[in-house]
Write a protein that binds this ligand. Structure first.
Ligand SMILES: NC(=O)c1ccc[n+]([C@@H]2O[C@H](COP(=O)([O-])OP(=O)(O)OC[C@H]3O[C@@H](n4cnc5c(N)ncnc54)[C@H](OP(=O)(O)O)[C@@H]3O)[C@@H](O)[C@H]2O)c1
Length: 194
């Protein structure tokens, strides 16, 4: 992507969004706007970018070529359509558009070409979750070489997967009282992550 692309990061104050902001800065993208909830609006991030509230009107107003969403599933369902209305190409990190017909599910190193389908259609590219992405990078060459029929996966998740607030809470707890409970639900004997 050209470094003068106009990029929006929605969820810029979160665990994923703050890494996204750092990577964009390190890679020389200068035309970046940061969005989060009203709680963080006005906050100044590293590099002097001031957080804007991700309202439907702000996202639908246009002026952004690509918008990277990391706000969680329900907020993505609510806000992504407005960014699309503003003619941005959206890349969504939540589960909102995963496995939904018409929305390519993309890991760049595995099937990056499929992202192009979204440009002419839904304008939303979905991402698998954080365990699946590196796993598919390893499985793809094995599949190409030998053909994989089935893979069973167990995931052992860290608290960081529950977001920035949960990480801060864990750091503030006495070690003996750590609450390592995650918020994933069970589907039979597997979690939704698996
Ligand atoms: N953590 C991981 O390792 C990881 C990895 C891959 C994918 N994901 C996915 O990425 C998404 C974000 O995860 P996270 O861990 O970064 O969460 P997080 O640390 O809780 O951050 C959430 C971000 O979304 C913003 N936000 C929340 N509700 C909003 C709303 N209604 N309108 C606008 N902004 C809103 C928050 O803004 P405020 O600061 O203003 O509250 C914050 O910037 C989730 O779908 C998650 O499943 C997470």
């Amino acid at each position: 992507m050209r470094t003068d692309a106009r990029i929006g990061v929605v969820g810029a104050t979160g665990a994923v969004g703050s890494v996204t902001m750092r990577l964009l800065r390190e890679r020389g993208y200068e035309n970046v706007r940061a969005f989060a909830s009203g709680r963080s609006a006005g906050k100044e991030l590293e590099g002097g970018i001031v957080v804007e509230e991700a309202t439907p009107d702000a996202l639908a107003a246009g002026g952004l070529d690509v918008v990277l969403f990391s706000v969680g599933t329900s907020a993505s369902r609510e806000l992504v359509p407005h960014a699309v209305e503003g003619e941005a190409l959206v890349i969504d990190k939540s589960s909102a558009y995963r496995l939904v017909d018409g929305y390519p599910l993309v890991v760049p190193e595995v099937n990056g070409g499929r992202a192009l389908e979204a440009i002419e259609t839904t304008r939303v590219v979905a991402n698998p979750n954080c365990c699946t992405i590196p796993l598919t990078c390893v499985l793809k060459p094995l599949h190409d070489a030998a053909g994989l029929r089935r893979v069973r996966v167990s995931t052992y998740q860290s608290v960081s997967g529950a977001g920035a607030h949960r990480m801060e809470a864990l750091l503030a707890e006495p070690q003996a009282e750590h609450n390592l409970v995650m918020d994933w639900s069970w589907d039979g004997d597997e979690t939704v992550e698996e």
